[in-house]
Write a protein that binds this ligand. Structure first.
Ligand code: GUN
Length: 306
């Protein structure tokens, strides 16, 4: 099997271009979509993500701001800031970057966001609405994956899908969306018995378990479509050799930088077994941000009745 790449970066660029057109139409009617991102603490990956979110939002014409708080921020301070954003007429979309610093109750913070401004769709009201098939903001990563599958004409109806991972951010909403698209969905996780064999039965495998190159050849059915949600940093030569055997360019990059990024799927194995797959980087990551921008526009329209 010679696997071909599902080009998430290209589809994401298409979605951002379409979103920028929608923003221009809204702006011409006096409504500039507004996105406020809250980030607390110094998590390096989060800092990179929020920088990219703000930059690409601005490129699409969205009024975007990032509100930065130290790791010592209290829950009360975050709740007060969210209250202010909930009341601000120019703010259509609020995103609280996760993870939050220890000691802060993530659920209390997410539940403080006005559901009409909940661009991630993490508020329990929106989670419930999504499960019931009602109109709701769809969490950005699963929404991006669904958009990729649609635009690349990956069949879903009647197929077997395995979602590996059961997080609130990816696994659970992904399973909901695939079920709605008439796939037969199994949610698998680290405690699942005979995990490789179960995954290998899937026509579509979505890996969102957060472990570097965890999905090896034995997890991947011949000809499966494989979506890799993972972004993991590896920093030992043993891991580099396991993930990128014989890859001199990666070995050189590791020597220069001291670490490398790898998905949840083994990058060499997937090429031998899958029919189509998303690479890391350049697969799911760019789609998440593109759908954040699209969701911001949707919330703006809904809130302002446009
Ligand atoms: N952290 C990792 N992924 C996400 C996401 O999609 N949204 C938010 N808010 N935080 C994240």
């Amino acid at each position: 099997m010679t696997a071909t790449i599902l080009d998430g970066a290209k589809v994401a660029a298409d979605i951002r271009r379409e979103t920028a057109e929608s923003v221009a139409e809204l702006a011409a009617r006096g409504a500039i979509p507004g996105l406020s991102v809250i980030v607390a603490g110094e998590d390096p990956a989060s800092q990179v993500y929020v920088r990219n979110k703000e930059k690409l939002a601005r490129e699409a014409g969205i009024r975007a701001e990032t509100l930065r708080f130290p790791a010592t921020v209290t829950e009360a301070m975050l709740l007060a800031e969210i209250g202010r954003l909930n009341a601000a007429p120019e703010v259509d979309a609020i995103l609280v970057q996760l993870p939050l610093p220890g000691g802060i109750a993530t659920s209390r913070v997410l539940e403080a966001i006005d559901p009409a401004k909940d661009v991630d769709g993490f508020h329990p009201l929106n989670v419930g609405r999504l499960v019931q098939g009602k109109r709701a903001p769809v969490p950005c990563t699963p929404a991006g994956i669904m958009e990729l599958l649609k635009r690349e004409s990956v069949p879903l109806r009647g197929t077997r899908a395995v979602v590996l991972g059961r997080s609130d951010i990816v696994g659970k909403p992904m399973a909901t969306l695939l079920t709605k698209a008439d796939a037969t969905v199994t949610v698998a996780h680290s405690k699942t018995r005979d995990l490789p064999a179960l995954c290998a039965e899937a026509d579509l495998l979505v890996a969102a378990i957060g472990r570097p190159a965890f999905v090896t050849a034995d997890f991947i059915g011949e000809g499966a479509v494989v979506i890799d949600v993972g972004i993991n940093r590896i920093d030992t030569i043993e891991e580099v050799l396991r993930c990128f055997p014989g890859d001199e360019a990666k070995a050189a990059a590791f020597a220069a930088k001291g670490s490398l990024l790898v998905g949840d799927v083994h990058p060499a194995d997937v090429k031998l077994r899958a029919s189509r797959y998303t690479p890391v980087p350049g697969g799911v990551g760019p789609l998440t941000i593109a759908l954040l921008l699209a969701n911001t526009v949707d919330l703006c329209r809904a809130r302002r009745g446009l």
